[in-house]
Design a protein around this ligand. Structure first.
Ligand code: BES
Ligand code: MN
Ligand code: ZN
Length: 489
């Protein structure tokens, strides 16, 4: 869908040709003399409409207004959280399919950059529909959204960032939503390759033979039960000088996690198609980088395979040798994400990274700890943690810092290898992070456990595209901190 931003005085809004004209009205609203604010003033006076976030009143437009219909939308205090609540209240309407072109206008003080960013992202979220594997696809009804503000220049940067985040989130949602037979490791590799059409992006795909040559014994062990060939996907975005150390993003790309020989129960197992949510967030972030062209270098690494039971599958008790040389006793084949990731983390060393951030739907324990609201953040470096926490707040894609005390690693001791791949049940999200930490070099490292946030279960089942927003905001902040100008365009 297309977003456009333009300068639009409220008095001019009534002449906008569109299906639906939405007027956001916040609690500081003081009606002017124009047709739209008069309409809002009458509705407010009679109590049919409130400025509370999410309150809405749709009316057929009076003759003075060109739009087919007008919708008054309460925007609370006008801040990002209230604007999100308001726009998500439109979800049913935006999905219902009667409005192809919607214009948004503001009844009160000029909206800030944060509110504009949230508006764009939430309009996209509220109107998104998945169609790929439906035979009678009803594509997204909303084709065009116009955001009219008193001064477009003031919010242009936030608007552009949000539009790029939307492209990235939708790319991530598409790939995470696809069933595992429509998103195999090979297909994920092709999706990555398709991103390399954009300027500044290149892609290398490593197959089973190359991965064996690299000595990724942990990752290979996961793939052994599946007849789908594994892929190790390597993406490069170059926006800065060649010599500049990159940020490396690593995404867990298990396209289906049945648990392997440590088989999962049947109920809800379909949701393990989302176990490549980390990989999807790397792909989505590169999609956004293609739009924004910031002056930084970024490497994306995705170990991708299926985790299935089979006669050839790795067995509990098997010991494998990881790329780092450390041997691992695989006590539970369902703790496969860390096995795939540890070899990718070791591979990251060759880039002498500025920082490494991995994203993984890693543990059910993280869902228990934090639910679907915040992703779990583990970081070896306080400055990196602070940057990621701030980016999460900015993007309304928040995370929460978790501990990494060495005592949490005690349970990973093994009698037969350097380390075991599982500890006991307590603090399962932390012990998983402690396992990963063993494979990280001397650079700042962070791990985002997105098991609770990458998708929704139940009637709204589907991928969220998180944490693409967090990652894009983080990378833009890194680029802004560099001496060069941010935008390379
Ligand atoms: N992909 C799962 C984690 C997961 C489970 C995410 C449920 C979202 C919802 C991961 O590979 C896994 O199976 N983890 C195990 C680890 C355990 C065996 C130590 C888990 O969390 O149960
Ligand atoms: Mn698993
Ligand atoms: Zn998994």
């Amino acid at each position: 869908m297309d977003f456009e931003l333009k300068t639009l005085a409220l008095a001019k809004a009534p002449s906008q040709r569109c299906d639906l004209l939405v007027l956001l009205v916040d609690e500081s609203f003081v009606p002017g003399a124009d047709a739209l604010s008069s309409l809002a003033a009458v509705a407010l006076r009679h109590g049919d409409f409130k400025a509370r976030a999410g309150s809405l009143l749709q009316c057929y437009a009076p003759p003075t207004i060109t739009a087919r219909s007008v919708l008054l939308l309460g925007a609370g205090d006008g801040g990002p959280v209230a604007v999100r609540k308001a726009v998500l209240a439109l979800s049913g309407l935006l999905k219902a399919g009667v409005s192809r072109h919607v214009v948004f206008a503001f009844g009160s003080a000029a909206p800030g950059p944060d509110a504009i960013g949230v508006l764009v992202r939430c309009v996209a979220e509220a109107s998104y529909v998945y169609t790929t594997t439906k035979s009678k696809a009803e594509p997204r009804a909303l084709a065009r959204a116009t955001v009219g503000v008193p001064d477009a220049a003031r919010v242009r940067a936030a608007f552009d960032t949000a539009v790029a985040v939307v492209a990235g989130v939708e790319f991530a949602r598409e790939w995470a939503n696809r069933p595992a037979n429509h998103a195999t490791p090979t297909m994920l590799g092709e999706a990555a390759r398709s991103l390399a059409r954009h300027a500044g992006i290149s892609c290398k795909l490593h197959g089973p033979a190359q991965v064996a040559r690299l000595g990724m014994g942990a990752f290979m062990a996961v793939a052994r039960g599946s007849s789908e060939p594994l892929r190790f996907i390597e993406l490069h975005y170059q926006g800065g000088p060649k010599a500049q150390a990159p940020v490396v993003l690593v995404g867990k790309g298990i396209t289906f996690d049945a648990g392997g020989i440590s088989l999962k129960p049947a109920a809800g197992m379909d949701e393990m198609k989302f176990d490549m949510g980390g990989a999807a967030s790397v792909l989505g972030t590169f999609r956004a980088l293609a739009e924004l062209r910031p002056k930084i270098n970024v490497v994306g690494l995705i170990p991708s395979c299926e985790n299935l039971p089979d006669g050839k599958a790795v067995k509990p008790g098997d010991v494998v040798t990881s790329m780092s040389g450390q041997t691992i006793e695989i006590l539970n084949t369902d703790a496969e994400g860390r096995l795939a990731l540890c070899d990718a983390l070791a591979y990251a060393a060759r880039f002498k990274p500025k920082a490494v951030v991995d994203m993984a739907t890693l543990t059910g324990a993280c869902v228990v700890a934090l639910g679907a609201v915040r992703s779990g953040l583990f970081a070896s470096d306080d400055a990196l943690a602070a940057q990621l926490l701030a980016a999460g707040e900015d993007a309304l894609d928040p995370c929460w810092r978790m501990p990494l005390d060495d005592e949490y690693a005690d349970g990973l001791k093994s009698a037969f290898a350097d380390v075991a791949n599982v500890a006991g049940r307590p603090a399962g999200a932390v012990t998983a992070a402690k396992f990963l930490q063993r494979f990280v070099g001397a650079w700042p490292w962070a791990h985002l456990d997105i098991a609770g946030t990458a998708w929704k279960s139940g009637s709204a089942k589907g991928a969220t595209g998180r944490p693409v927003g967090l990652l894009v905001h983080y990378l833009l902040a890194v680029a802004d901190a560099a001496p060069a100008r941010r935008r390379g365009k």
